[in-house]
Design a protein around this ligand. Structure first.
Ligand code: B12
Length: 218
């Protein structure tokens, strides 16, 4: 089992887009849990890709090709995470902040939230404040999730949280934040309602925040 997960990880690292779907199918058929395929196969690969990029062993095109391989793998796992016809636990608006194009982590969080019974509306990447405000006013979500992967876009997250408060949009809507450079301390500093370090934490956080509707934003 761990050999197959290692093969999946290597396929993503080495950008083997033609092989990845077959390998993930093989893992699913072998009864490996979707969460294990995601964490130990696919996400583990992106950590190595990031290290190689930081060491200048690979460059943006290679990083992008690995990301595309990862997406093919995730698309195979996604149907397994869908929840049944249970009533929605609440609506979550998700997006990656302005200036940031990274969406793999956000998409995994979306998949897990949907699997846990939330209705997720994905606003994509490079999300402007104007678009965000428009969609919050239109959809009145229970939760807003913001993702950032670049240290240079962390101030955009801070700005979004501040402006949501200034516009009075936090009444009835909690804000959770995440992404590799985002810490619990940063989330507290910018006044978000919570921080999730991975998709599993995001789901638990979402459940607890939706249960706390009506409380004043911190
Ligand atoms: C893939 C990748 C890319 C792809 C993105 C493709 C895509 N569609 O997302 C491409 C090639 C486009 C790319 C571009 C760039 N990248 Co890049 N990229 C990565 C890489 C290798 C992997 C990111 C990833 O997908 N990780 C896997 C996911 C699953 O993890 P995650 O995003 O952290 O998400 C998890 C948690 O954080 C959490 N989470 C995430 N979001 C949220 C939201 C909420 C609400 C919650 C609760 C939780 C949560 O749950 C997720 C699931 O467990 C990282 C290295 C790394 N290890 O992070 C570099 C990295 C982020 N990139 C980096 C850089 C520098 C860039 C570029 C500037 C490179 C360049 N010179 O052009 C550009 C920037 C483009 C832009 N404007 O955004 C640096 C950032 C350094 C820094 N200090 O900011 C990194 C760290 C690489 C490195 N080691 O130097 N990149």
């Amino acid at each position: 089992m761990s050999e197959l997960l290692n093969t999946i990880k290597d396929a993503v690292i080495n950008r083997k887009r033609k092989e990845i779907e077959g390998l993930v199918d093989e893992a699913i058929n072998a009864g490996i849990e979707p969460g294990v395929i995601i964490n130990e196969g696919l996400i583990a690969a992106m950590d190595v890709v990031g290290e190689r990029f930081a060491a200048s062993d690979i460059f943006v095109p290679e990083m992008l090709a690995s990301a595309l391989a990862m997406k093919l793998g995730l698309d195979k796992v996604k149907p397994l995470l869908k929840s049944g016809n249970q009533p929605s636990r609440g609506t979550v608006l998700m997006g990656t902040v302005k200036g940031d194009m990274h969406d793999i982590g956000k998409n995994i969080v979306n998949m897990m939230l949907e699997g846990a019974g939330f209705t997720v509306v994905d606003l994509g990447v490079d999300l402007t404040l104007e678009k965000l405000i428009e969609e919050i006013e239109r959809l009145k979500p229970d939760l807003l999730g913001l993702s950032a992967l670049l240290t240079t876009t962390m101030p955009e997250m801070e700005r979004a949280v501040r402006v949501m408060g200034e516009k009075g949009l936090r009444k009835g809507m909690k804000i959770m934040v995440g992404g590799a450079p985002i810490s619990k301390a940063f989330a507290e500093k910018i006044g978000a309602d919570g921080h999730g370090g991975d998709a599993g934490e995001a789901v638990e956080l979402a459940k607890s925040l939706v249960g706390k509707q009506g409380a004043e934003p911190c």
